[in-house]
Ligand binder design. Sequence first.
Ligand SMILES: [Zn+2]
Length: 331
Amino acid sequence: MLKIKAVVVVIFMCLLQNICGADSPQQVVKKVYLKKEKNRYFLCIDFDEKASFVPRIHTLPNGLKALLSFDREVATPKAKKISHGIIRGYFFEKFSPASLMFIAAFNEKVTFISKKYTRHSIKIGFELNRKRAVVIDAGHGGMDPGTIGVTGNSEKNITLIAAIELRNALLKSGKYKVILTRDRDVFVSLDERNAKINSSHGEFLISLHTDSNNDKNLRGMSVYTLPNLDYIKKTAGDTPPDAAAFYKILSKSRRFANYLVGYIPNVCKIKNRPCRNGELKILKANMPAVLIELGCISNKIDNELLHSQHFRTKTISAIKYALDNFFEKEK
Ligand SMILES: [Zn+2]
């Protein structure tokens, strides 16, 4: 009789545990994984079909945080390793009985492109931040001194110093890789420059020059882009230009020029109508391209400024901001 009583008590206890178990914390996360589609990655979380949740997702430069609020008490899932170099790791943390904090850290900075969720899954898309390739062309060089300044100085030296300082500033930002058409006092013909630029896989060309004028009072910076397709047609040789592709590139070049003249007034004087058109062979590139006249070396003040490290640093920062803005909007 005692034995029967004991069995009944055990069965009763088991039943009680099962009934109470219905309200015990539920395991809601089925799987966390990374998917790759072309150049894009998606960090995905699949949930149990019974789980109903509302996510609040905050993206960080190299990771993300998501607060997941459920309609019932949930258990903290154990993180499993994702074997991919981009993901440093992730974990879940109990935020309240019915909410979980999901935290993921990446090994590098990324750009988030989408956040989608359904009743049973979250899919967060991102791209790896890739470095943009900028070609910097220091005008003139070697036997070609360019224009001569009021103190007998040569344009070729200013353009080389500015090109190297711009390269250093862009590299330091970590956002760019840089190709120089020359990195020392050497003559490079326009044909050689064009060939180097067009085979560089660059995404933007900045050609640096300084102006000179008979009017010694004339000062200021200006930015040149190509005028129109006629110039390309005139100089295309046997290859007919692709008008649509040309104007697409030209409009990008002009967009950059506008950004730049927006930043420059805080730094130095700009010419009237600073965005100008010029039939300049160097700008015939397979990428957006501008030629910047950094100032007039025929003017005493501009010439002094161009030899001042302080002024050049400010000018170069303005060019960098314009590039940052350009590539940010190009995404
Ligand atoms: Zn020049």
